[in-house]
Ligand binder design. Structure first.
Ligand code: PLP
Length: 454
């Protein structure tokens, strides 16, 4: 994106705001709201100065956490709507953005292949999951909610919030799951499609028939991986399509447009397969719902105020980038997936670096192999690479660290000494299409860096 392209979009957004204002009777601005150009300019440069204390999330050199800037069209649409500031808590808080929200959510439900659905945007994946777990609890009040140890840490926290017992299970073993299901006390199983740590896709397609047999509900946490469903529908899928193609059979799904959907933060989404769960939300708020008697957004969400601008941004992005394998989001995700595949291919040729596990999506996990090939040795070397990479002024490399069970490393590396229960390894989220062509250089620099520490 050039500055000129960007400026054109932003100018259109501000011009639209003043066109909107011009539709109404002229009014006088209160002097208390006037903008002093000198002071406001100075404050804004102070903000810019303070924001320098940030990592270059937009750059392929940044492959740390799940962060990248929004799409320019999302930024422009967000700005355009935000100047009006509609609130999607109810239809009359912002009719236009409420309609855009319904359309955007319907597109996402369509991507999953759901025939029917009830869903809405939330302010985050955590809140979206909370809502799904709350519905799970409402439908099976006496039963537990189960998830794997690799599920997002907020699932156990949210079970606490809703005062529901949880249990960790091994979602990778059908035998184990059947034993657990037979006990009859699990109401809902959370299956993670793209774990936050390694991007692992849990075997949803294999789990579903078993869950149906025992009457266990399935909630799919696709906060990170959901958009990869597009690639599962490609003629030649570059990911294992099975789990994605069975998502429509789940009872609820969470996806984070503010992760792979190119949206600003504040955009999660929860979708239920059975629209009748909407009745669980019944409440009485006489002052907010006076314009409509039908079920609308405020009536099917735990949150009240939400940015209508989020809906406008997502709607605009989905217009510009359709959820299709061959255009729009498909080519972007194909590139990020390819980046991870070539990263692991190149890394495997390197004597001092080792893959932790093969990537299912676009997150790679790996570790240096120091002379002292032990949990403590690998942890120390990983931390040094993490810190030194960040410190390099000319060519920094931003990666992340991840704690894993030492036993998992030992399984594939017989000479590894597990002198601590867990080991710190390295993790890189290659979620930008620009990562793809940068991978060979990334590996070269990473290898050079690891040579200095091992
Ligand atoms: C990021 C993530 C969450 C939490 O979502 P937030 O939007 O950060 O609140 C939940 N589950 C998974 C799998 C995630 O990757």
């Amino acid at each position: 994106m050039t500055q000129e392209e960007y400026r054109r979009l932003i100018e259109q957004s501000t011009a639209s705001q003043f066109a909107f204002r011009d539709r109404w009777e002229a009014m006088e601005n209160d002097p208390a709201m006037s903008i002093d150009p000198e002071r406001s300019g100075r404050i804004l440069s102070d903000v810019a100065k303070r924001l320098n204390d940030n990592y270059p999330f937009f750059h392929p050199r940044y492959a740390g956490q799940m962060i990248k800037p929004p799409h320019p069209i999302a930024i422009a649409a967000y700005l355009l709507a935000m100047q009006i500031n509609p609130n999607n808590h109810a239809l009359d808080g912002g009719p236009a953005t409420a309609a855009m929200e319904l359309e955007a959510v319907a597109s996402i439900a369509g991507m999953f292949g759901m025939q029917e659905h009830l869903g809405h945007l939330t302010s985050s994946g955590t809140i979206a999951n909370l809502e799904a777990l709350w519905v799970a609890r409402s439908l099976h009040p006496k039963k537990k909610i189960a998830f794997s140890p690799n599920a997002h840490y907020t699932h156990s926290r949210m079970c606490n919030v809703i005062n529901t017992e949880s249990r960790t299970v091994d979602t990778g073993s059908l035998e184990h799951l059947e034993t657990e299901f037979k006990k009859g006390d699990i109401g809902t199983l959370v299956v993670t499609i793209g774990t936050t740590g390694t991007g692992a896709v849990e075997p949803l397609d294999a789990i579903l028939p078993l869950a149906k047999k025992y009457g266990v509900r399935i909630h799919a946490d696709c906060a990170y991986g959901g958009f990869f469903t597009i690639l599962a529908r490609a003629e030649q899928p570059v990911i294992a399509p099975g789990p994605f193609l069975s998502l429509h059979q789940c009872d609820s799904i969470v996806i984070d447009p503010h992760k792979h959907g190119l949206q600003p933060y504040g955009c999660g989404c929860v979708i239920f397969a059975d629209p009748s769960v909407g009745t669980l939300y019944k409440h009485d708020s006489p002052y907010t719902y006076f314009t409509s008697s039908s079920l609308h957004l405020g009536e099917i969400s735990l949150e009240c105020s939400r940015a209508g601008a989020s809906a406008a941004a997502l709607w605009a992005t989905l217009q510009y980038l359709p959820l299709l394998p061959e255009k729009g989001f498909g080519p972007i995700l194909t590139r990020t997936r390819h980046a991870a595949v070539s990263f692991s291919g190149l890394l495997k040729q390197h004597p001092q670096l080792k893959m932790f596990c093969d990537p299912d999506l676009d997150i790679v996990t790996y570790f240096p192999q120091p002379k002292q090939f032990s949990a403590s040795g690998v942890s120390a070397a990983s931390r040094t690479i993490f810190e030194e990479g960040m410190k390099r002024t000319d060519a920094p490399l931003f990666v992340a660290t991840l704690n894993v069970e030492s036993e998992l490393i030992q399984r594939n590396n017989p000479t590894f000494i597990a002198d601590a229960p867990s080991t710190v390894i390295l993790r890189s989220v290659l979620m930008k299409p620009e990562h793809d062509s940068f991978v060979p250089q990334f590996i070269d620099e990473l290898a050079a860096l690891s040579n200095t520490v091992v």
